[in-house]
Design a protein around this ligand. Structure first.
Ligand SMILES: [Zn+2]
Length: 147
C-alpha cells in the first residue's frame, strides 16, 4: 500500500479492526518513510463467478454480453426491457447465491434458457437452437414437444 502523503510504497499496518457488522476491515497504517498515518478499508467485493468456456478458458462474467444474447433471441418479440432485466437479475442472484467462484458456460446457458422459457417460448427455442446447436435431432423434437 502506497503512502498517500509521500508515495513511498513501504507502509506498516499498526492496527487492524473489524467493523461491528464484520463486513469492513479497517487498517491503520504507518508510512516507513515520512511516518504519517492513514487508514485503509477493506470490504468483500460482490463478485460473480468467472465463466469457464467449453475449451477450458475463463472469462469474467459479463452481464452486458448475456443481455445482448438474450435480446438477440428476443428480437421482434413482445417482451419488455423490464422483463429482460428482471430475468438477468434472477440469473445473477442465482449465481451469487451459489457462491461458486466459477460457473461452466453450459450452466449459464441453462439459466438463460430457463428464464427465456418463462418469458417467451419463441425466444427460448431460438436461444436453445443456437446454444445447443442441435447435434441431435431428437433433442430438438423433444424441446419443441416440451413447449
Ligand atoms: Zn509517506
Amino acid at each position: 500500500m502506497r503512502c498517500p502523503y509521500c508515495s513511498h510504497d513501504d507502509t506498516q499496518v499498526v492496527e487492524t479492526r473489524e467493523s461491528d457488522e464484520g463486513d469492513v476491515i479497517r487498517r491503520r497504517r504507518r508510512c516507513l518513510k515520512c511516518d504519517k498515518r492513514f487508514t485503509t478499508y477493506e470490504r468483500a467485493e460482490i463478485a460473480l463467478p468467472a465463466v469457464v468456456k467449453k475449451d477450458g478458458t475463463r472469462a469474467d462474467f459479463d452481464a452486458g454480453k448475456l443481455r445482448a444474447s438474450m435480446l438477440l433471441a428476443l428480437r421482434k418479440r413482445p417482451v419488455s426491457m423490464e422483463q429482460v432485466d428482471s430475468a438477468l437479475d434472477r440469473i445473477q442472484e442465482r449465481l451469487l447465491a451459489s457462491a461458486a467462484r466459477e460457473v461452466p458456460s453450459s450452466r449459464l446457458g441453462e439459466l438463460v434458457m430457463r428464464e427465456l422459457k418463462r418469458i417467451d417460448k419463441v425466444a427460448y427455442v431460438r436461444f436453445a437452437s443456437v446454444y445447443r446447436s442441435f447435434e441431435d435431432v431428437d433433442e430438438f423434437r423433444r424441446l419443441i414437444r416440451d413447449i
